[in-house]
Design a protein around this ligand. Structure first.
Ligand code: ADP
Ligand code: MG
Length: 702
């Protein structure tokens, strides 16, 4: 039973001293601060340390952040229109700097006119031979010392809020008013005593106070630790609960390893399995003989050999009297799986079939009938397989390739395809860093193929800037003359489909200039094409009829053209590292030496350079994914957007792995003694979980 303890924290924000209806409206709209509790959770992003004052003569380099204490002297307004600005002379005992405002000029002018002693903070730049700080944060010295003694909080805010007088430091006044309003136990502890004790956590009330108004650096770091722990623990309880529930779902027994598996393994397997592949098979074997449904994620870099693992799993299912299905996100990929698996099984008596949206009429009817009768043992296909009309006689395992194109809901649809839910294996080539494995995919058990099969030729990666375009094209010509094929890929710019398309068409025209149509066959594939046309063009390339395929990232997933030895990526700086890695994995599949060329603009940002450097020197998808996460932050990584990970306010899934691990263990421990959080000491935790905006995950399962 949920019960409300803390009415006061639910008080609407307009009732806070200094807010009122219009500011409340803005706070809601701009920062989603609706009530006292939300303000409490609007944490400072930075602190000003009063003890760390610099003086003007200490400013050493362009771009240095400094905190200065001095006086506002004369000011003037210079320029007009867009370049209109207010320039204030600011002086301390060692020298002077210019403070500049381009916005809020009239408001600042009033302040400047009054003069006075201020502490300012900002980035010093050299301008006309003078130190110049634009839009510094500033505070009158009298006000500052009156209100605070320790580290001063600075809050994120927005232009609209600033215009209403709620700039970063004014937000601090609100928080401060809130704390004056709250009584000692208005912020109640939600953690059980034991957890506080074992992890030596600061208590909740103190942590909130210290994070907003730190007494000193040590207490601040303890407060941050405590609140990150809290954030991650709540998150992990949700995920672990889901996982625990999955572990209780009854599933089919695959008791034996039988004739199909053994015959294939001993007679038709074209190579010996790598140690990693064997390990994964053992894990799956264990999962499928417990009487519990398997929910496993198989991660393996592009080309690591996941398909054969999938095939062996399907044979295992057949040996135990079940049917198996393998589902891929695109028609082409499904078709390729169908062809290669049919080929591998050609001398065995196994009935295998293909189903996709393009299979219609009588053919489709027959397939559905045979599936329902159990005449088809293995079915390979697209989304078409999860439609309600597709009924199996006895489906034992569903394998989903390239999982990031399938949502959780689609996965769940497979559950209903038999009396008990079939075992589920999702395979992804998008390597998932450890932190994400604990968060977005935290409900699945994870298997990893860490090493590629032996004998792969490494792909040579170059980074070239625009000025080398002609040379790059000549290089591609040479390769084509030797019988190879090349991909040329253009980025998708999410904001504008129209721009994407123009981008691609311009690119296509440009490619045609380098590769005249009387000598070269060029095909094009993009997301806006009709499926038929796409398949037709894709097939021209697969069959070797086209020399060059110009494409958007639609080719990212799974196409296998061993003869293609060049992957040219246009505007490579626009792609995520993991995506570049996926694209690169399209080549290096045949006997020929392969190349990946990253073409970028002539000017690159520092991170841009670092990213290209990573691609050139790093071939492991896992290392690249980790790097991607540190360079870009979690928001952009495939699959994280819907995972809720990015909604973490304090914790950073890259930097806070250690806290994440601790909180995960704590979550598991709590759930192991009290799976539904019924105990008294867990009531407040439960209440918070149920009241959260993202509570679906929790209410769904409890
Ligand atoms: P992915 O994991 O990207 O789906 P695939 O399953 O398509 O990779 O395998 C890539 C290639 O490696 C295939 O041509 C496959 O036959 C080959 N392969 C897989 N396992 C082995 C192995 N143990 N030894 C040698 N080659 C292998
Ligand atoms: Mg694959």
């Amino acid at each position: 039973m949920a019960f409300r303890q803390n009415h006061i924290l639910d008080t609407p924000i307009e009732y806070l001293k200094g807010v009122g209806p219009s500011k409340a409206h803005l706070l809601r709209k701009e920062l989603q601060i609706d009530c006292f509790k939300d303000l409490l959770h609007h944490f400072p992003f930075r602190y000003i340390d009063r003890s760390q004052l610099q003086s003007v003569q200490d400013i050493r380099f362009d771009g240095q952040f400094v905190q200065l204490k001095g006086q506002l002297l004369f000011y003037e307004i210079i320029g007009s229109g867009r370049s209109k600005r207010l320039v204030v002379q600011f002086k301390d005992p060692t020298g002077s700097v210019e403070l500049v405002w381009f916005q809020g000029i009239s408001w600042m002018e009033k302040i400047a006119a009054q003069g006075g002693t201020y502490i300012i903070w900002g980035k010093a730049n050299i301008f006309n031979g003078m130190w110049n700080i634009s839009h510094p944060e500033m505070e009158k010295v009298e006000d500052a010392t009156k209100l605070y003694t320790g580290l001063l909080p600075v809050y994120s805010t927005t232009e609209k809020l600033k215009a209403a007088g709620l700039h970063g430091r004014a937000m601090a006044k609100l928080t401060s008013a809130l704390f004056l309003h709250l009584k000692e136990n208005d912020i109640q502890e939600i953690f059980p005593k034991e957890l506080i004790h074992t992890e030596q956590l600061m208590n909740r009330s103190q942590a909130f106070k210290e994070i907003h108004f730190p007494s000193n650096g040590l207490l601040l770091s303890q407060a941050i630790f405590r609140l990150k722990f809290e954030e991650l623990l709540l998150h992990q309880i949700g995920i672990c609960k889901l996982k625990l529930n999955l572990q209780k779902v009854k599933g089919y027994y695959f008791e034996i390893v039988g004739e199909h598996f053994n015959t294939f393994y001993n007679q038709y397997l074209p190579f010996s399995l790598t140690e990693d592949q064997k390990k994964v098979l053992r894990e799956i074997r264990q999962d499928t003989q417990r009487g519990i449904q398997m929910n496993r994620l198989l991660q393996g870099d592009v080309g690591s050999g996941k398909t054969i693992v999938a095939l062996l799993c399907m044979l295992l299912a057949i040996d135990n009297g079940f049917q198996a299905c393998l589902m891929a996100p695109t028609e082409i990929l499904a078709q390729q799986h169908y062809e290669s698996i049919s080929h591998l099984l050609k001398d065995m008596h196994i009935s295998i079939s293909f189903l996709s949206g393009s299979i219609k009429g009588k053919e489709r009817k027959d397939i559905l009938k045979q599936l329902a009768q159990g005449d088809i043992q293995i079915i390979i296909g697209t989304h078409a397989l999860i439609e309600d009309k597709v009924v199996f006689k006895n489906l034992g395992i569903s394998i989903i390739d390239e999982q990031h194109r399938f949502g959780v809901a689609q996965r769940a649809k497979l559950w209903n395809k038999n009396t008990l839910p079939p075992h589920i294996l999702v395979m992804t080539a998008t390597p998932i860093p450890r932190t994400l494995a604990m968060t977005s995919y935290g409900d699945l058990d994870v298997s990893v193929i860490a090493h590629l099969p032996p004998g792969r030729k490494p792909i040579t990666t170059f980074h070239r800037t625009e000025i080398f375009r002609a040379k790059v094209m000549d290089f591609i010509k040479q390769e084509i003359q030797q019988g190879r094929q090349a991909y040329i890929v253009y980025p998708l710019i999410e904001e504008s489909e129209k721009l994407d398309f123009e981008n691609l068409i311009n690119g296509y025209e440009q490619v045609k200039q380098f590769f005249p149509s009387h000598t070269y066959n060029i095909c094009m594939v993009h997301g806006k094409m009709k499926a038929d046309e796409k398949d037709q063009n894709m097939n021209a390339f697969v069959k070797g009829k086209a020399h060059i395929m110009v494409a958007t990232t639609v080719i990212e997933v799974g196409v296998n053209v061993p003869n293609a030895s060049i992957m040219l990526i246009e505007s490579a700086e626009r792609f995520g590292l993991s995506q570049l890695h996926q694209l690169r994995g399209r080549v290096g599949r045949g006997a020929e030496k392969s190349y990946c060329i990253l073409l970028t603009g002539n000017k690159l940002s520092q991170t841009g350079k670092e990213r290209m450097h990573t691609m050139v020197h790093e071939s492991s998808g896992f290392a690249i994914a980790e790097k991607d996460l540190t360079l870009r932050g979690p928001g952009d990584i495939d699959g994280t957007r819907q995972s809720g990970v990015v909604e973490l306010k304090l914790a950073d899934i890259v930097k806070d792995v250690a806290i994440m691990e601790k909180s995960r263990n704590a979550a598991l421990k709590i759930l192991s003694i009290d799976p539904n959080l019924d105990l008294n000491e867990h009531q407040l935790l439960k209440e918070i979980l149920l009241s959260r905006k993202d509570h679906a995950i929790w209410s769904h399962i409890s």
